[in-house]
Design a binder for this molecule. Sequence first.
Ligand SMILES: *[C@@H]1O[C@H](CO)[C@@H](O)[C@H](O)[C@H]1NC(C)=O
Ligand SMILES: *[C@@H]1O[C@H](CO)[C@@H](O)[C@H](O)[C@H]1NC(C)=O
Length: 392
Amino acid sequence: MTPTDFPIKCEQSFLYLSFIFTSLYVLHCSVLQRFLLGHEQVHIKKSADLPLRFRSDGTFKILQVSDMHFGNGAATRCRDVLPSEFGSCSDLNTTRFVRRLIEAERPDFIAFTGDNIFGQTSVDAAESMFRAFTPAMESKLPWAAILGNHDQESTMTREELMSFISLMDYSISEINPPAEKGIHGFGNYHLQVHGVLGSSLANSSVLNLFFLDSGDREVVNGRRTYGWIRESQLCWLQGLSQKLQYGGRWEGISTDSLTPALAFFHIPIPEIWDLWYKKFIGQFQEAVACSSVNSGVLRAFVSTGDIKAAFMGHDHKNDFCGNLNGIWFCYGGGSGYHGYGMAGWPRRARVIQAELEQKYREWTGVKRISTWKRLDNERLSVIDDQVLWELQ
Ligand SMILES: *[C@@H]1O[C@H](CO)[C@@H](O)[C@H](O)[C@H]1NC(C)=O
Ligand SMILES: *[C@@H]1O[C@H](CO)[C@@H](O)[C@H](O)[C@H]1NC(C)=O
C-alpha cells in the first residue's frame, strides 16, 4: 500500500458502510411496510437475546446448515435432482428445507458453515444473502455464519459480506475480534454458551464456539488450490483457548475437565483424507477438496485441549464424522438445492446437541456432546445419531 492509497481506502470503506446501512434500511422498509400501518420506529437491526445459554433442561442444540448455495430464488434451478423433480425445484426448496429443520428441531442456535450463496449465479450478493438467511431471521433464533469459497463470487467482497451478515436481524456473527489486529480473513470469532439461568454457572461459558475463516481460493507455486486457516488465526485461537481455560472461572469446580469447545469452518483440512482408512460414520463419496497447504490446524486444535469436535462443509456428498487424534471432524452434508449433490440422495443438515451434568440437583458443565443428521424427505428422517464426546 502506498501512502496515496490511504485516503482512497478510507473513502471506499465509508462509501461501503453507507451502502450497507442504506441496503439494510431499504430491505427493512420494504419488509416492514407490509406490516406496519402506524409510525413505529424502524430499527436497523433486531438483536438476539445474548448470551447464548443452556435451557432449563440442561441441553443446548445447534443446527448446522452448510452449503445452501443460494442463487436468486424462485428462478434459480436445482442441480442434481431426479428428472421428475427438476420442473418444480428451485432455491425455494432450500428455504423450505431450512424452515422445516428449524420447526422440527427447535434449535437454540443456527450455524451456517459457508457457501451460503452461490456467487457465480447470484445477481446481487446482498439480496441472495438476505433470502438465504430469511428462515433464520424469521425464526428469531440467534444465528451465525462464516463464508465458504463461493460467497464472494458475486457483487461483494468477503469483508463486505461478513459486515453485512453481522448486521442482519438476530445474527451474532462477527467480522473479527475487535481488539485483535492482523488476523487473516473475515469471520474469525468466538461465542460463549452460558450455563442454565439461576445455576452457579449462569454467568460462565460452559461451551465455547470458535468460528474460523478457511478462505476461498489461492495459487501456491503456480497451482490453483483452496484456502486454508492461517498461522495468525491459529495463534489467536490458541491464545483465546488458553485464556478461556485459565481465566479463573473454574474456581471450586473440578479443573480436570476443560470447558469444551466446538469449531466451525468451511474447507476441510488435509488430514480428513486419512479417515478413508479409518472408521467413519456417514458417507465418504467424494474427494476431500482441501488445500494443498497443511498449516497445522489439527496440531493446533489438539494443543488447545478444549476443542472436542469441528464442523465443516464444502464437500456436499461427504456427510461423515471421523476422529483424528481425539478430535471429531464432521461434515454437515450439502443443504442447498442449487449446489451440486446426488439425485435421489436427499439434501441434509446436521444437528449438534450438548448436555449438562447434574450434580446434587444443580446443573454444572457439559457431560456429553452428540450429533445426528436430518434428511430432506417427507419425514425429515434422523440418521447417524452418535456420541462425539463424553465427560470421563
Ligand atoms: C420443491 O418444492 C416443491 C414445492 O413445495 C415440491 O413440490 C417439490 O417436491 C420439491 N422438490 C424437491 C426435490 O424437494
Ligand atoms: C449472574 O449475573 C446476574 C446479573 O448480574 C446476577 O444477578 C446473578 O446473581 C449472577 N449469578 C451468578 C451465579 O453469579
